[in-house]
Design a binder for this molecule. Sequence first.
Ligand SMILES: Nc1ncnc2c1ncn2[C@@H]1O[C@H](COP(=O)(O)OP(=O)(O)O)[C@@H](O)[C@H]1O
Ligand SMILES: [Mg+2]
Length: 387
Amino acid sequence: MNTAVLVVDADSHVVRCNDAAAAILGRAPEALHGSSAGAWFVDVRGQAVVERTLAEGVRFKGAEAMVDRVGGGAVPVGISCAPILGPGGRVRGAVATFQDLSEMHQLRQQVLQTEKMASIGQLAAGVAHEINNPMGFIHANLFQLAEYAGDLRQLWGEVEQLQKVVSQAGSPEVREAAARLATLAEEVDVDFLLSDLAKAIRESQEGSERIRHIVQDLRDFSHQDNGELSLADVNQCLDSTANIVWPMMKHLVQLEKNYADLPAVTCYPMQLKQVFMNLLVNAFQAIESKLGASAETGHIVLRTEHHGADVVISVADTGVGIAAGDLDRIFDPFFTTKKVGAGTGLGLSTSYNIVQRHGGRIEADSQAGEGTCFRVVLPVDGIGDDA
Ligand SMILES: Nc1ncnc2c1ncn2[C@@H]1O[C@H](COP(=O)(O)OP(=O)(O)O)[C@@H](O)[C@H]1O
Ligand SMILES: [Mg+2]
């Protein structure tokens, strides 16, 4: 049977077990004989299932519990348990069946993530659209303001000249007016005002430029149709993207490329390049923040492989790595550990969406302080039929 089966006696000691049970618990079948069933459950719920079956003669259908696998940590299982009744209805033991739910848990996690992405994608598209219009005129006005400030500065230069001339000549009224102007100019500190005005406008322009980028990222994140569906050489997509970012990282990074022969993949090449770009930039930033100002260099390894119906692209770095607690949040929109200005937290969520749209998946392995490896698995013709 695929399902694990355990038979215990009235004292909860195992009298029989099948290979599936031994496999889930990570022990040899002989090692299980005579051991106490309650001992493998790491949670009280699991312990109670067998105990109450024996004590009360009740049946349990499909409870979720965690069991302890030797060398493998806790494994989620779905367990059912029923009493074995002897003469007079006395409980002589129990039979428990269970299945390993790890894979199902993972799938459930993926479904949740997909759902979350879909709704956040819609939200993001709406917000981006709303922000885009007012940003348009803020941006345009700031541009105008910068010009006006330049004009004012020029004008003020002329006014100062004029002031000099009239303060020495002209009627008393004119001289008096010139003196008032001079006093006021000193009070408001016109030179400072003009230079600070220009600076404030320049900074606002930078800020609005940044908002425009974020909005653009948000739109990319939620956009379905970005580029043309075609048969593409994934090695070439990866390589050309690496070439674009290479100048930025060459002082810090040694890049290794291991490309396998790949079949042409049905995909949106522009979108895939965006994914590779995000992974490469993240890898570089991780190395940058690990090495800081030291004179060392880091490594990035690009690898492509062909496994059956899939191609696998991996980007591995020797950067700071990802804390275990962050690993399941890195694909969340806006999750970032970078300082303001360095990261928007949209790179991986966008990549996740794009890969999902291609019928593939993206995974990360990381060791904090050691490095990180991202793997993108793409079906060779995953979206061929959709198209
Ligand atoms: N190669 C990597 N090494 C270490 N941490 C990474 C790596 N890639 C992503 N991360 C983590 O995931 C977070 C989210 O990444 P991303 O979505 O690209 O947003 P951003 O780069 O704007 O922060 C990063 O802030 C970082 O903490
Ligand atoms: Mg990023």
